[in-house]
Design a protein around this ligand. Structure first.
Ligand code: PLP
Ligand code: COI
Length: 359
């Protein structure tokens, strides 16, 4: 892919950048540039460019605004102690985006073009990658996304599509950092059913989660737990994270895939735990098991995982008919978290070959 670059004439000054990187928050400040490439059936992917970050012009009839033909990815760039900047398994994000394009009837972007686009933006905006801080939480969050930009109100797959990459310095997703998060169980709303879009990373799944997420906040909880749409019995995932359940006999369960997002963190943790000598079972996991096994003490730990949330212990579960207490321990959770984060920040040997050097 040939990329043309137009640098901003007005880069963020050093003092302002230092202020942002000292306290990045999540998803509020964006780097100086963005990547764009467009697609039509006749031309394929064309006009790849890096330009100054800024608002885009979209026709009011652009299909994405009406029918939500849109997908996205979430990944991070990590600064190592020697100043170099690395991505974690970028090909996995690229491959998942290809699967999302298939579900949303969008054109596939080749894996190598996806990775090249991310690398190019990270290189141009490398001074936006925070230094490796003590808490080990700061990174550059990268948001690739693709949408139907065709001006057309008929309902059919768009014939003008835009793929972009933007980036935003990030600290901890949850205000409390790696402290246990409390969850709200929604039994009214579901996220995805059989044949639906649950496994695709598409905006519609998040739009449909918001009313339940608002309920979670109102209940004093950080995230919402969704159950399967068919029977309302099995734990699927959180609004933006996958889940793990750790038993006192060393067995570990994570909900099986199909209607959930196949998290790259989730998949990586199966391998990390395997190396630690644990076997993870991917199966349907009942909400009744959660309640009974935490109460009996058989479940010793529960954690949530995802790019934004990293690995975060789960505390109590609030439900319409009573609460489940927090599991007793966070020991293995914190070990898994350390193993993952140490690999990402180059503090541990990358035994799985997951890291990709950008700059
Ligand atoms: N599930 C949902 C609904 C998500 O939004 C995310 C975050 O991307 C995840 C799971 C975790 O996926 P990953 O580990 O690839 O970030
Ligand atoms: C991510 O982890 O990348 C996500 O997309 C989840 C969202 C809650 C920010």
């Amino acid at each position: 892919m040939q990329i043309t670059t137009t640098l901003t004439s007005n880069p963020t000054d050093d003092a302002r950048l230092a202020e942002i990187l000292a306290n990045p928050g999540f998803g509020t400040n964006f780097t100086d540039h963005m990547f764009t490439v467009e697609w039509t059936p006749a031309e394929g992917w064309h006009n790849a460019r890096i330009t100054p970050y800024g608002p885009i012009t979209l026709d009011p009839a652009a299909a994405v605004l009406h029918y939500a033909q849109e997908i996205f990815e979430g990944m991070k760039a990590y600064r190592h102690d020697d100043g170099s900047v690395w991505l974690f398994r970028p090909e996995a994000n690229a491959e998942r985006m290809v699967r999302s394009t298939e579900r949303l009837a969008l054109p596939a972007l080749p894996v190598e073009d996806f990775v090249q686009a991310v690398d190019a933006l990270v290189e141009v905006d490398q001074r936006w990658v925070p230094a490796n801080d003590e808490g080990g939480e700061k990174s550059l969050y990268i948001r690739p996304f693709m949408f139907a930009s065709e001006k057309f109100l008929g309902v059919r797959p768009a014939e003008h599509v835009t793929f972009m990459v933007i980036a935003s310095p990030a600290g901890a997703y949850f205000k409390g950092g790696a402290k246990p998060v409390n969850l709200w169980l929604t039994e009214e709303y579901t996220r995805a059913g059989r044949g639906g879009m649950g496994a695709a990373k598409t905006g519609g799944n998040y739009a449909s989660s918001l009313v339940a997420q608002r309920e979670a906040y109102a209940k004093g909880c950080d995230q919402v737990v969704f159950l399967d749409a068919e029977e309302g019995k099995y734990v699927e995932e959180l609004g933006g994270m996958n889940m793990y359940f750790v038993y006192d006999d060393g067995s570990i369960v994570t909900p099986e895939t199909g209607t959930i997002l196949e998290g790259i963190t989730r998949a990586s943790i199966i391998e990390i735990l395997g190396k630690m000598g644990y076997q993870v079972t991917e199966r349907k996991f009942g909400i009744d098991e959660w309640r009974a096994d935490v109460t009996s003490g058989r479940i010793t730990e529960i954690f949530a995982c995802g790019t934004a949330a990293v690995v975060t212990p789960v505390g109590s579960l609030k439900t319409a008919d009573g609460d489940s207490p927090a599991p007793a321990s966070t020991e293995l959770t914190m070990k898994v978290r350390a193993a993952l984060v140490d690999t990402q920040f180059g503090r541990a040997e990358d035994t799985f070959g997951w890291m990709h050097k950008s700059v």
